[in-house]
Design a binder for this molecule. Structure first.
Ligand SMILES: O=C(O)CCC(=O)C(=O)O
Ligand SMILES: [Fe+2]
Length: 349
């Protein structure tokens, strides 16, 4: 295991999956150690998705975001299903302001319905590329999750059983993200590309591209319901081909707070940095709706995954709509500037 030292002195471990079959036990220990002590780690040398697969998925994503808003609006965000497109509409409780990004959320089992954009006439092979990428990302997710299951003393296939992405009950979600360039349209004062938040899921896999920096993580959470944040943000280097993994609140709860789900954010470009766009792809491993979330020590009462998410949303947005509207009004931000009514409360982060 190698580590990239961030300026703060903290480090995000890098773990190689090379020779998985013969090194499985060693990899399992490295992943568990990183999940327990850091909460974030970087996977490299996985067989799939390969660098070429990842580049192809980013190309499809970029092409999608280049479509006109009118076309993208044909796949609107649907809150109950946690699918669809939003633009500068996701409010983070940490900022009370909309993230400066657009994103589309997709679920594998819904790939033939209207919650996916069917745009192959404009982006050749979009559907196959994105659904194929999900299959490969699902497979590597289950490898990583098997390591965490063993580390927690659970059956090796414990997470595979509760993450069946073909089931009608599936909640696992792929999110394509586009942070707009700020050369021609400045980021409004006080706003940030993505405000600090934790993910609600079990495990997030995030793909970034070399040179498109901005992701930062902050330690300081001792239990999955806390809003504890330190004051030191550590950059997570962006490198095409690598997979940033972070523990979500559900896994923090499922491990009786042993594994750490940390606050993270995407900062705006610094003064001396390029103001180009940033693209990233997140894969939120979320258990099926009725899966029971409770750790081996039973520190917390059992709760169905779908209710866990509702509770997380309630906790995060406890201050309510009135304060949110007030903050938005005071920000002088043209809100929403995308023709969509209201805010979107995403069910994964
Ligand atoms: O785009 C990124 O780097 C982070 C995205 C993220 O944290 C999220 O969507 O939950
Ligand atoms: Fe996140």
């Amino acid at each position: 295991m190698t580590a990239t030292s961030a300026p703060t002195g903290r480090s995000i471990p890098r773990i190689s999956l090379r020779d998985w079959d013969t090194r499985k036990n060693e990899i399992q220990r490295q992943i568990m150690e990183a999940a327990e002590n850091v909460g974030f780690f970087i996977i490299k040398d996985q067989e799939t998705p390969s660098v070429a697969d990842i580049e192809e998925a980013f190309k499809a994503s970029e092409a999608f975001f280049q479509l006109s808003d009118d076309v993208k609006k044909e796949t609107p965000f649907i809150r109950e299903q946690n699918t669809g497109w939003e633009k500068r509409a996701q409010i983070r409780p940490s900022t009370n302001l909309p993230d400066q990004k657009e994103s589309i959320q997709l679920q594998y089992h819904r790939r033939h319905d209207q919650t996916w954009p069917h745009v192959d006439d404009q982006i050749p092979n979009f559907h196959n590329v994105v659904s194929g990428f999900m299959e490969k990302t699902q497979a590597v997710s289950l490898k990583i999750l098997s390591c965490l299951a063993v580390g927690l003393g659970l059956e090796e296939d414990y997470f595979a059983k509760i993450h069946d992405v073909n089931s009608d009950e599936a909640m696992t979600t792929l999110r394509l993200l586009h942070y707009h360039e700020s050369e021609t349209r400045e980021i409004p004062k006080g706003h940030i590309r993505a405000g600090a938040h934790t993910d609600y899921d079990v495990l997030t896999l995030l793909f970034q591209r070399t040179g498109e920096e901005g992701l930062e993580v902050c330690p300081g959470r001792e239990c999955y319901t806390s809003f504890g944040m330190g004051d030191t943000w550590t950059p997570v280097e962006a490198k095409t081909g690598e997979i940033v993994c972070n523990i979500g609140d559900m896994l923090m709860s499922l491990s009786d707070d042993r594994l750490k789900s940390l606050f993270h954010r995407v900062r705006n470009p610094c003064a001396d940095e390029s103001r180009k766009a940033r693209h990233s792809i997140a894969y939120f491993n979320q258990p099926m709706r009725s899966a029971v979330i409770q750790g081996p020590l039973k520190k917390y009462p059992p709760v169905a995954a779908k209710d866990f998410i509702l509770d997380a949303a309630k906790r995060n947005y406890a201050q309510g709509e009135k304060e949110r509207q007030e903050a938005i009004k005071n920000s002088k931000f043209q809100y929403p500037d995308n023709g969509q009514p209201g805010v979107i409360l995403s069910a994964n982060a």
